[in-house]
Design a protein around this ligand. Sequence first.
Ligand SMILES: *[C@@H]1O[C@H](CO)[C@@H](O)[C@H](O)[C@H]1NC(C)=O
Ligand SMILES: *[C@@H]1O[C@H](CO)[C@@H](O)[C@H](O)[C@H]1NC(C)=O
Ligand SMILES: *[C@@H]1O[C@H](CO)[C@@H](O)[C@H](O)[C@H]1NC(C)=O
Ligand SMILES: *[C@@H]1O[C@H](CO)[C@@H](O)[C@H](O)[C@H]1NC(C)=O
Ligand SMILES: *[C@@H]1O[C@H](CO)[C@@H](O)[C@H](O)[C@H]1NC(C)=O
Ligand SMILES: *[C@@H]1O[C@H](CO)[C@@H](O)[C@H](O)[C@H]1NC(C)=O
Ligand SMILES: *[C@@H]1O[C@H](CO)[C@@H](O)[C@H](O)[C@H]1NC(C)=O
Ligand SMILES: *[C@@H]1O[C@H](CO)[C@@H](O)[C@H](O)[C@H]1NC(C)=O
Ligand SMILES: *[C@@H]1O[C@H](CO)[C@@H](O)[C@H](O)[C@H]1NC(C)=O
Ligand SMILES: *[C@@H]1O[C@H](CO)[C@@H](O)[C@H](O)[C@H]1NC(C)=O
Length: 863
Amino acid sequence: MSFRRCPQMGFGFFSSVLVLTLFFRPLVCQEPNTDGYFVSDFLQKMGLSSSQGYNFSAPVCSWQGVFCEQENVIGLVASGLGLSGLIPDTTIGKLRNLELLDLSNNKITGLPSDLWSLGSLKTLNLSSNQISDNLPSNIGNFGLLQTLDLSSNNFSGTIPEAMNSLLRLQVLMLARNRFESRIPSGILNCHYLVSIDLSSNQLSGTLPHGFGAAFPKLKSFNIAGNGIRGRDSDFLGLKSTTYLNISRNLFQGSVIGVFQEPLAVIDLSQNRFQGHISQVHFNSSFNWSRLVYLDLSENHLSGEFFSNLNDAQNLKHLNLAYNRFSKQAFPEISTISNLEYLNLSETNLIGRIPAEISELSSLRTLDLSKNHLSSEIPLLSIKEFQVLDLSYNNLSGDIPVSLLEKLPWMERFNFSYNNLTLCASEFSPGTLKTAFIGLLNSCPIAANPDLFRRKSPQHRGLKLALALAISLVCLLVGLLFLAFGCRRKTRLWAVKQNSYKEEQNISGPFSFQTDSTTWVADVKLATSVSVVIFEKPLLNFTFADLLSATSHFDRGTLLAEGRFGPVYRGFLPGGIHVAVKVLVHGSTMTDQEAARELEHLGRIKHPNLVPLTGYCLAGDQRIAIYDYMENGNLQNLLHDLPLGLQTTEDWSTDTWEEDDNNGIQNVGSEGLLTTWRFRHKIALGTARALAFLHHGCSPPIIHRDVKASSVYLDSILEPRLSDFGLAKIFGNGLEDEIARGSPGYVPPEFLQLETGSPKSPTPKSDVYGFGVILFELITGKKPVEDEYPDDKEVNLVTWVRELVRKNEVSRAIDPKIRGTGLETQMEEALKIGYLCTADLPSKRPSMQQVVGLLKDIEPVTHQ
Ligand SMILES: *[C@@H]1O[C@H](CO)[C@@H](O)[C@H](O)[C@H]1NC(C)=O
Ligand SMILES: *[C@@H]1O[C@H](CO)[C@@H](O)[C@H](O)[C@H]1NC(C)=O
Ligand SMILES: *[C@@H]1O[C@H](CO)[C@@H](O)[C@H](O)[C@H]1NC(C)=O
Ligand SMILES: *[C@@H]1O[C@H](CO)[C@@H](O)[C@H](O)[C@H]1NC(C)=O
Ligand SMILES: *[C@@H]1O[C@H](CO)[C@@H](O)[C@H](O)[C@H]1NC(C)=O
Ligand SMILES: *[C@@H]1O[C@H](CO)[C@@H](O)[C@H](O)[C@H]1NC(C)=O
Ligand SMILES: *[C@@H]1O[C@H](CO)[C@@H](O)[C@H](O)[C@H]1NC(C)=O
Ligand SMILES: *[C@@H]1O[C@H](CO)[C@@H](O)[C@H](O)[C@H]1NC(C)=O
Ligand SMILES: *[C@@H]1O[C@H](CO)[C@@H](O)[C@H](O)[C@H]1NC(C)=O
Ligand SMILES: *[C@@H]1O[C@H](CO)[C@@H](O)[C@H](O)[C@H]1NC(C)=O
């Protein structure tokens, strides 16, 4: 091909040379006054930055985005090429056969005057540019135009009446410009319009008269974000419209008039519609099952809204916020299973939030703010939640743990201005200040922040990687372990593997026996009853996992038979080592109440409490799941085992049964338990736990069963109090028995039952129990049925109290700990026990005072 002279010499020529030679390409021009010449001239003058994809010496019809018919360019698509500036005359305006012009997504600022001569255009797409022109009446020249998209520009002025010539127009997109004044009645001529989008302009006035009937094919109509005035009746006659968006205008009239076939998306938000939507059922033949999206927010609607929306089976988005509805209870919506967005903010709701919301499994956004909803937040088990706003209500009680757990994964949540209590050291101060404004902080004193530490969303990736790495290492270690055959673990592994398979589909009711009781879990399908594990909300454990974790609640896994029922040991999948406590005697609480109470207990955390890990409601049985405590309880350590016995190496007995004493691993050989320092540590830790329950929780929690066997030692030998709060779940029938406590720990006020009405437990009855434990720790003797040197004494308390009174208290000190610390401190501790066991409850110190007294006699750490 020969090189020809370019049409415009001079600066343009040289700059073209410069540009093109910079790209190591020969300067090539097209024959003047050909389509190729006009297109290349256009592209180059609009600053096509690199000529990538354009070999200007090749025939124009081979260029990217150029479509030809018989060597004539009929289509030019130059979208997103960075074209900028005014389009000059005598470029694309000369493409006489052009039918398709798409210059969208560039930086074009103005149109050439000869553009309007392109009488063959069928599609013109100039959207997303910076064109600041008026739309001239010349638009009427485009008699064949089917698609006009000028959206997202800076067009201003009126939309010309000459639109009436665009008889073929199907798609009219003028959104996001600065068009003003009325919509011209000329568009009523465009009978073929299928889609109109004039949203986000500055249009005013009314819709042209006869609007509804003019567009028999109109499917989508959007005039949102203008200042157009109108009435419901304007839309009468729209036969095909499925999408109607007139949000943010000045429409009024009865909302009922707008509902007509076959609308699926209705956005009437921010207008002045009135009326009772509940009447749509009666006044129109509207088919609710088509409705997908309904936004009526910020209108003047009154009355009640739907008492029953069950017909709207396909609804995904419902916003009724900010209207003038009358007081009403939460509507019945649990069957709208596709609902993703529900906004009932400021709709005058009263009563409680129904737990059935949990059945809306797709719900991502729930806004119930600014209502009068009261009582407690139900246990919402919604997996997809991203936005939750419950602010400005009258909700009370705790935020359920299962919900708190999910918050860090949510986009936004707001509980401000309610009567809720919150203990949440896991949230940043910023979050606490914005999302929990005005909530009572029931946060426990001395709570261990480590226990609350939680992943933040931005660390999830890292955490996941870490978790993967760790699980790989674990897998390797596990394989090694298996390969080298640790007999005991191998057996455990085998048991688990078998039973897990068996448990998959088994159905109940299940019956289990221990020495003293038989209990039944009335569960139909083991896999259908879920186990809630607070810290791992995403693991979907079921009763079947509990069955396999405890080898079908085998007697061999029985740890103890407590007053509430049997306690089993088990490993949940993922190596979660737990103690499973079955509250056998049944309960007067409903499932909801019991779950709520257990959720509440799950929130109570303190380094000296045995954490409640989770729970399961299996038929009538409430099953509490605790972290497993490696080192047994104080009862075992002080009284049941010969002190100093080393059990760590005692793996020879290869069965679960032999493991009943919980493998006291660290105690013993070092004689830790036989030091004053360690016994003081147990006393102080237990006192702290009780002080926390009494003074750090609101309302205070009374333990009701403080005794040595309720004090456990965790893997680092930190004392931890167990079983707090269970009495409540147990229900009233057992109240009296629980209140009476365990032999030797019962305060005198409960023994004198004949005087007056039965006493109910108080924090001071817990203080008494603690005093007994303190005596046990220092004397090494059991509270009852032990040998007390002064033979007429029948129990530990009367014996020690008598010695204190006689000022002979040092005789009571356990010979095993004598000499391991200051005897004066031990005597002082016995005197604290004396105060705690005072006959009159009012004479006993509070647990907070006891903590202070015990700290005063703390043995120095380095001896
Ligand atoms: C450009 O097109 C011409 C003619 O079709 C051809 O000879 C030349 O190799 C092409 N150049 C490039 C870089 O593709
Ligand atoms: C115009 O172009 C934009 C961007 O390429 C595209 O998103 C839009 O759908 C086009 N308009 C029409 C009506 O096809
Ligand atoms: C839009 O047009 C107006 C004049 O009509 C001008 O003042 C304004 O700068 C333009 N905006 C942009 C983003 O081009
Ligand atoms: C209605 O139009 C406005 C403005 O374009 C938009 O923000 C809103 O999302 C639209 N509503 C629906 C239901 O599409
Ligand atoms: C709707 O129907 C009720 C009675 O069924 C009637 O009182 C009311 O006027 C009707 N409203 C409209 C807007 O037709
Ligand atoms: C409503 O529309 C659905 C399909 O969209 C149809 O199956 C149903 O029969 C219609 N109901 C009525 C009452 O017309
Ligand atoms: C609920 O609707 C109101 C009114 O339209 C709006 O201000 C609020 O942001 C919406 N809430 C959510 C969570 O989208
Ligand atoms: C808030 O709820 C409590 C009961 O939980 C009720 O006594 C009180 O009147 C309610 N306050 C308002 C403003 O509704
Ligand atoms: C807040 O809730 C508590 C009970 O949780 C109740 O005693 C108190 O009256 C409530 N306060 C208000 C203002 O409703
Ligand atoms: C929660 O709602 C309150 C009251 O409307 C507001 O001040 C606060 O900014 C909101 N916080 C968040 C995180 O949205």
